[in-house]
Ligand binder design. Structure first.
Ligand code: GSH
Length: 236
């Protein structure tokens, strides 16, 4: 895909927030210049483009910055509405439901599994595992309602909620590999377990998601820089 004039994405390969944006751009078949950021020493362009949060992803389009992954995915869907696959559902109720569950996935599921990685004690880790599984339980029910018996949250193909939850799956593999925690198991979440297999097989996931080793290496790097870091800086 040739890069659209002036379209740049500031990112971090293993970041779930960046992965979902790259998947959205891939679904739209939009080319862009990808600029990997060193979040240990943030560059001028990142600081200037996202002065409020100083985080990736940032999409720069026609010289304007768009920040926050969910806002970027929605922006990509609207600007390139005529190309590729639609990301947000067309029906207003379905769109509201997808946004509701996306917000849930980022505000409840994500901090819970991040907490597993940074727990100071086994008790704390067990508590975070419990929180993660509770959130997965909610999303299992949501899958039933949103998918209407179809293969993806969005129906026949990948959509908004698939990207938001799917962008976190890489880190579930890290949790399995490094902490022995299985986040999505067929016995507890059969819909989601089947969805995960389908999701990994999509061109969208294959084109964008790095291998688990890359994410595990990044986590080790973070662990060695961790002193004093907050949860918000987990993947920074
Ligand atoms: N809510 C933001 C979260 C973005 C975020 O936390 N990005 C991390 C990388 S995974 C980051 O840039 N961290 C740098 C920092 O916290 O200083 C979004 O959805 O884009």
């Amino acid at each position: 895909m040739a890069a659209e004039g002036g379209l740049k994405l500031l990112g971090l390969t293993v970041s779930p927030f960046v992965i979902r944006v790259r998947m959205a751009l891939q679904m739209k078949r939009v080319g862009y210049e990808y600029m990997e950021q060193d979040l240990f020493t943030k560059g001028e362009l990142l600081l200037k483009s996202n002065p409020v949060h100083m985080k990736v992803p940032v999409l720069i389009h026609d010289g304007k910055s768009i920040c926050e992954s969910l806002a970027i995915v929605q922006y990509v869907d609207e600007v390139w509405a005529a190309t590729g696959t639609s990301i947000l559902p067309a029906d207003p109720y379905d769109r509201a439901a997808a946004r509701f569950w996306a917000a849930y996935a980022d505000s409840k599921l994500l901090p819970a599994w991040v907490g597993i990685m940074w727990a100071a004690t086994e008790e704390e880790r067990a508590e975070k595992v419990g929180d993660t599984l509770a959130a997965i339980g909610q999303l299992e029910e949501a899958f039933g309602k949103c998918s209407n018996g179809k293969p993806f949250f969005a129906g026949d193909s990948v959509g908004y909620l698939d990207l938001v939850v799917g962008s976190q799956l890489l880190w579930f593999e890290v949790l399995r590999k490094m902490f022995g925690v299985v986040v999505i198991e067929a016995c507890r979440a059969p819909f989601l377990a089947a969805w995960v297999k389908r999701f990994w097989e999509t061109d969208t996931a294959k084109a964008v998601v790095p291998d688990v080793g890359t994410a595990a290496e990044y986590l080790k790097k973070l662990q060695s820089h961790r002193a004093g870091a907050t949860v918000a800086q987990l993947l920074s």
